[in-house]
Design a binder for this molecule. Structure first.
Ligand code: ZN
Length: 65
């Protein structure tokens, strides 16, 4: 994945784009444009995690029991 930075709206320092919060002052960073960013933000991410957990539990049941 390409490493990109976004500027903090609070302190003006640059944080890695993958961070949701500024690494210096913990201010929430604005979401960058793109599908990945909207996925990181809000409900999309929770849904993604839930699906991941479901798939993981399915694998565990299928191959361990
Ligand atoms: Zn900051």
């Amino acid at each position: 994945m390409m490493e990109e930075f976004q500027k903090c709206p609070n302190c003006g320092k640059k944080s890695p784009e993958e961070n949701l919060r500024c690494i210096y002052c913990s201010e929430m960073l604005p979401s960058s444009s793109g599908v990945l960013a909207s996925f990181r933000f809000g409900r999309g991410r929770v849904l993604f995690l839930l699906i991941g957990l479901l798939v993981l539990s399915w694998f565990v049941r299928r191959y361990l029991f």
